[in-house]
Design a binder for this molecule. Sequence first.
Ligand SMILES: *[C@@H]1O[C@H](CO)[C@@H](O)[C@H](O)[C@H]1NC(C)=O
Ligand SMILES: *[C@@H]1O[C@H](CO)[C@@H](O)[C@H](O)[C@H]1NC(C)=O
Ligand SMILES: *[C@@H]1O[C@H](CO)[C@@H](O)[C@H](O)[C@H]1NC(C)=O
Ligand SMILES: *[C@@H]1O[C@H](CO)[C@@H](O)[C@H](O)[C@H]1NC(C)=O
Ligand SMILES: CC(=O)N[C@H]1CO[C@H](CO)[C@@H](O)[C@@H]1O
Length: 452
Amino acid sequence: MKTQSLAVLSAFVSSSDAFLLMGQHIAHERVDPIVQPGVVSGHLHDVVGASTFGVNFDPAVWAKSNCSSMQVQENKSNYWMPSLMARNDNGTFSAIPLLETRVYYLNNHPDGTKVKAFPQGFRMLAGNPSATAPTGHMDLMSSSGFQCQNGRNDGRENIQPHLPYFECLDFTRLTLAFPDCWDGINLDSPDHKAHVTYRLGNGTCPLSHPVSMMEIDLELGYWTRGYRWDQLLLSTGDQAGYGLHADYLSFWDVDLLQRALDDPTCQHRENIFGDNAQCQALLPYRNDAAMQSCKLEAKIPQEETGITKPIPSLPGCNLPWNATKGEAKPSCPAAPATPAIGPAATPQSSWANLGCYTDSTTNRGLPIQLKSIPSGTMTIDKCVAACASKGYTFAGVEYSIECFCGNAIGGDSKKANQADCDMKCSGDASQLCGGGNRVNVYAKAIGVVDVY
Ligand SMILES: *[C@@H]1O[C@H](CO)[C@@H](O)[C@H](O)[C@H]1NC(C)=O
Ligand SMILES: *[C@@H]1O[C@H](CO)[C@@H](O)[C@H](O)[C@H]1NC(C)=O
Ligand SMILES: *[C@@H]1O[C@H](CO)[C@@H](O)[C@H](O)[C@H]1NC(C)=O
Ligand SMILES: *[C@@H]1O[C@H](CO)[C@@H](O)[C@H](O)[C@H]1NC(C)=O
Ligand SMILES: CC(=O)N[C@H]1CO[C@H](CO)[C@@H](O)[C@@H]1O
């Protein structure tokens, strides 16, 4: 078994001044305080960052955020993208687990260009949700699009402007680069784009937008193993993927961000809190426990979003459409009902359910069996907590009473039907704990995960 860190395969450009923040998502819901304030937004997003992310952006509320789902807690910014979904063969839709969240802050201007920290409340949009062909920013920025993570170095890992036309056995990463030149005046603009633009070919900013900023690269990695490529689509219904877009709302402490941008110990770093020297400016604000326990404080639309069970249609008016075939986004025969906005349900676990996998006693998918949980008391939470406490990133429950841990799904394990994992947990008959030679796998949804 070959173990390979995803870090090696990221879109990171080591020649630029840069730092990377890792995190996990805080919401999967129809909320967009920039493009559709005050209402249930048109499609599902996966959201990262401040716990106050709600339908209206109010600086006074954001300033009181309890926590951030990013590693650096001083940062009360938010980043969001349409969610990657799957169309099941019976026509229902499922959300795909989001396992990897990275945000790069890159200085791609010519050497020695000082970049300015984003002012508080700065907002912008990258990409175009209704695009039917590669958009300008994707041509300009080689780091925007879709990246298949097979861990196999077979040439399929190059970034493409559309969803891949082949299976991604481990991850499919959605990545988007934001504009990095600002007009220096407006925190936002009516189309959320006019106040910013991408740098010119020689790396400088045009006279219309003279202020050099960081290029933010948002990367979300989805666990697409077990899905065919033609099942994947964005939550907008876009099967081609040209309509990939992302939003950024900056709410950093401006002095702190400027210190990090100017601090040599924070530059050229794939992981600013890795084994080597630490990023001094941000180190005091690192808090992994707060990141992992951070829960959304704001109210959200009261609707099923495909995480806990398949849903009959994509939330909103988002019938599937294929721009590669020349199709335009269809309208809906009847306007979908708008859900009420209310309190968030049970907080989402920071471990994602990857589903049911085959297993065999001679070649385990997850190699380490934990016997510390008495066999009559097994629950999913207990197994996940036990694996987490030992530093593992994958946990699996099997045969009602067994708990396995590992850092990858190996052995001969293959995705199985969810219906195969139908045995009740010995410690809680309301939960399912795998089956005979069937393990239900959970994975820690943070930062860098090892795949093989
Ligand atoms: C922050 O969290 C505490 C408890 O963890 C809660 O009582 C408080 O209401 C939260 N703050 C906001 C603004 O919701
Ligand atoms: C449709 O397929 C999904 C995925 O295989 C399955 O979980 C769901 O139960 C099926 N729904 C119906 C109504 O058959
Ligand atoms: C960069 O390109 C622009 C547009 O072609 C040009 O006006 C500008 O002088 C160039 N700047 C440098 C430093 O080469
Ligand atoms: C989209 O259309 C192209 C071109 O006809 C086709 O090859 C592809 O399979 C279609 N994608 C899906 C998801 O159906
Ligand atoms: C910009 C910003 O959100 N600043 C806040 C960061 O968090 C601290 C507390 O952790 C606040 O005091 C800052 O106002």
